[in-house]
Design a protein around this ligand. Structure first.
Ligand code: F6P
Length: 328
């Protein structure tokens, strides 16, 4: 059967925002226009598709957004889209607006929604964007590098004061189910210990003994990085106090990590992914997720992509322990 020619696409951002989403939107809109495809911006993610919440996008509508964090299309997590009725309304919006396909920018939850929509006959291409870097099919997700750099900048500042007062600092970073951000940042700041949800916590071994080893090696201040999925930073701080009498200062970096201007890596990756997403859709490779594999951009069928698992590289722990735990 001959592929239907794509004349108009919708683009949306969904789930937690990530620096670089705007760069991806810009690339989608500009690539679409230069390919002879019209583009409609769907606001507030899947919920916007249900509510027919849209804006027309032309080349000017994406001027000056490459360097801006957040998303000009707004984002949301939609419970309605989880229901068959909600998805039927989304399909109706596509028909009413004459949209031939959707480019969805977000994380795993966004792509599960995309799969459901594709099963109702709406072609979809996904672009991975989340600061958690936890999408199985891709080595990299847009926003991760910016979030790491934001966290590093904050922790470097904390280190100044912790070092002056010879204190212990517990820093809670984002990552409900994934420790990529925590581990990467922990290596980059020379943390005394890093706690991630993927590794079962042995408090004595993973925290107390690491502080003791660092102290014996000559350190007088200690940086403990905790992914939020392991437990609250304040609880970890209290446990340290009870175990060895130190009074750690606790900092929760929170949503600061999701904001700010995207780094070069995020702008460049987002722009390439946005370009490839439109080309994939135009060439009949829809119902796929755009991914990076060893630096190359590829597209992977969405069902297959959602089955793929990515494992935290535990050898990074070896690096952390070999390099990070001596005197700072
Ligand atoms: O986008 C991923 C993420 O930032 C997680 O790291 C975090 O647990 C969650 O989103 C926070 O979500 P919300 O913005 O709903 O508080």
């Amino acid at each position: 059967m001959e592929e239907k020619k794509i004349k108009r696409i919708g683009v949306l951002t969904s789930g937690g925002d990530a620096p670089g989403m705007n760069a991806a939107v810009r690339a989608v809109v500009r690539t679409a226009i230069s390919t002879g495809i019209e583009c409609v911006g769907i606001r507030r993610g899947w919920q916007g598709l249900i509510n027919s919440d849209f804006r027309k996008m032309d080349s000017d509508s994406v001027n000056h957004i490459l360097s801006r964090g957040g998303t000009i299309l707004y984002t949301a997590r939609s419970d309605d889209f989880m229901t068959p009725e909600g998805r039927d309304r989304a399909v109706t919006t596509c028909k009413m607006l004459g949209i031939d396909g959707i480019i969805a920018i977000g994380g795993d939850g966004t792509f599960r929604g995309a799969l459901e929509l594709s099963r109702l006959g709406v072609p979809v291409v996904g672009i991975p964007a989340t600061i958690d870097n936890d999408v199985g099919c891709t080595h990299y997700t847009i926003g991760f590098d910016s979030a790491c750099n934001t966290a590093i900048e904050c922790i470097d500042k904390l280190r100044d004061t912790m070092q002056s007062h010879e204190r212990c600092s517990v820093v809670e970073v984002m990552g409900r189910n994934a420790g990529y951000l925590a581990l990467y940042v922990g290596i980059a700041v020379g943390a005394t210990a890093v706690l991630v949800p993927e590794r079962e916590l042995d408090f004595q071994r993973d925290v107390i003994e690491r502080i003791q080893d660092a102290r014996l090696a000559g350190s007088t201040h200690f940086m403990i990085v905790v992914a939020e999925g392991v437990g609250r930073g304040f609880a970890i701080g209290k446990q340290i106090q009870e175990a060895i009498g130190m009074e750690p200062r606790v900092t929760v970096l929170g949503h600061i990590q999701r904001g700010g201007s995207p780094t070069a890596r995020d702008r460049e990756t987002a722009t390439r992914m946005g370009y490839f997403a439109v080309k994939a859709m135009a060439n009949g490779h829809s119902n796929s997720i755009i991914a990076t594999q060893h630096g190359d951009i590829v597209d992977i069928p969405i069902e297959e992509a959602l089955q793929m698992k990515k494992h935290l590289q535990m050898e990074r722990y070896d690096v952390l322990e070999a390099v990070g735990n001596l005197k700072h």
